[in-house]
Design a protein around this ligand. Structure first.
Ligand code: JHZ
Ligand code: ZN
Length: 405
């Protein structure tokens, strides 16, 4: 039995995905025998409303010197974070002594903007290989996990921050209370903590069950963010819905009483309450959707195999690890997955072991059908692969519904 990572209440799982490997654990053939698996089950804390995985692998198994996700490899992300950075620079970081700390700065996809603007910055990133990309480009990055102790160290060395940012990372950290206490200590009295992650409301509406995987140990919504940061003398003061990553929410948290609470927060809290977003009963239909989605996708893939068609995947995403392992998509059904990330290429996908190939291979071996495993970037990908579509190549979607285009 596992207890809520925020308030300690015992948890009861209500949705099970079976055995899962490490979502970004791309591997070589000689590593197959030792591959690590865990039981992936989802639960909601009845007390504080935090959506979370029942069991997760230790963080050191996920974020280390060979972390496979380089955020700058997805070009739409560069533009997305430049826009946020420009806004923060104009509105929050205008003073000469302004200081921004980014938790989980990855390869500098957002941090580069503060560096280029000559603003004092610090990235705190536990995966040494991605951190090194940013360091090599002149950014200041400390290779470590973020915690209350680390935050207090930063305060002692550098002082408090005007802005603390975290993009697609706060949901990765199981020690929620240590992060919140760290934010409380590190943030200037009028500073803001801005973070974004896949939004629970979009997952429910789209049926995007592939957003559940080991790295997303927590899945946030306005209700849980408001309640759980509230326990630490902090307050949700603003939020903004984003289309990025299949639907994300950007939350702004400040010291309690330091900033007015926006109408957007009140509206979202009301919407979530009306939806019953943190009530396990609300998720009954989602569970049925999960099973139906698997049956439909597998029946298409088996039919195509019987017809002798070639099927590939596009984007060896962390999300694809959930879909492929939950559905049982093996190399006899999907021949290979194209991905532009060198650290994933010439390796095999976690669990089901489908080979990952560079883009040239895709172009030279156009399949008949391609599954959009990076469906969140489908528009941008279909523009890049216009020739594939022109030559009769078909795309398979599974979010929000299974369909062929
Ligand atoms: P993408 C990761 O999830 C992990 P993933 C993490 N936990 C998270 O929350 C989200 O990111 C934000 C490739 N690609 O971004 C690059 C192409 O090959 O959907 C990536 O490997 N060609 C931090 O892995 C993958 O697809 C392209 O044109 O689910 C995209 O992965 C594009 C656009 C991408 O995230
Ligand atoms: Zn709880």
């Amino acid at each position: 039995m596992s207890d809520c990572r925020v308030c300690g209440t015992p948890l009861t799982p209500f949705m099970s995905f079976g055995q899962m490997p490490i979502a970004n654990g791309f591997l070589l053939e000689d590593q197959f025998a030792d591959e690590y698996f865990y039981e992936m089950q989802v639960c909601i804390c009845g007390e504080c409303g935090m959506f979370q995985l029942y069991e997760t692998p230790d963080s050191t198994k996920l974020f280390h010197g060979e972390y496979a996700y380089y955020a700058s490899n997805s070009k739409p992300m560069l533009a997305h974070f430049k826009k946020l950075a420009d806004r923060l620079i104009a509105e929050e970081l205008a003073d000469d002594d302004a200081f921004i700390v980014e938790i989980g700065s990855n390869d500098g996809v957002m941090l580069r903007n503060f560096h280029e603007a000559g603003i004092k910055h610090l990235g705190i990133e536990p995966s040494g290989n991605v951190a090194q990309v940013a360091i090599d480009q002149g950014m200041t990055v400390q290779v470590s996990y973020f915690s209350e102790d680390v935050a207090k160290d930063v305060v002692a060395r550098e002082g408090q921050a005007d802005v603390i940012a975290g993009a697609n990372v706060i949901a990765h950290i199981p020690v929620f209370n240590s992060v919140a206490a760290g934010v409380k200590a590190l943030l200037k009295p009028d500073g803001i903590f801005v973070f974004e992650n896949a939004y629970l409301g979009d997952i429910l509406e789209l049926g995007s069950y592939d957003q559940f995987y080991d790295e997303h140990v927590l899945t946030f919504c306005a209700t849980s963010v408001n309640t759980c940061y509230g326990r630490h003398g902090l307050e949700l003061v603003d939020l903004e819905h984003l289309d990025i990553h299949g639907g994300s929410m950007r939350y702004t948290v400040a010291h309690k009483g330091a900033r007015p609470v926006s109408e957007a927060v009140k509206k979202q809290l009301a919407w979530e309450a009306e939806k019953g977003l943190t009530n396990p009963k609300t998720w009954d239909a989602f569970r049925t959707h999960l099973e139906d989605n698997k049956v439909e996708l597998m029946s298409i893939l088996t039919r195509l195999k019987d017809e002798g068609k070639r099927v590939a995947g596009y984007g060896a995403t962390a999300k694809s690890t959930t879909v492929m392992n939950y559905c049982g998509i093996t190399p006899d059904l999907v021949e290979f997955i194209q991905d532009i990330t060198p650290a994933k290429q010439h390796k095999f996908t976690p669990g089901v072991h489908v080979p990952v190939k560079p883009r040239d291979y895709f172009v030279e071996n156009y399949p008949d059908y391609t599954i959009h495993f990076a469906w969140n970037f489908a528009d941008s990908i279909e523009k890049i692969e216009e020739d594939y579509t022109k030559q009769g190549g078909k795309w398979i979607y599974f979010v929000p519904k299974v369909r062929i285009k």
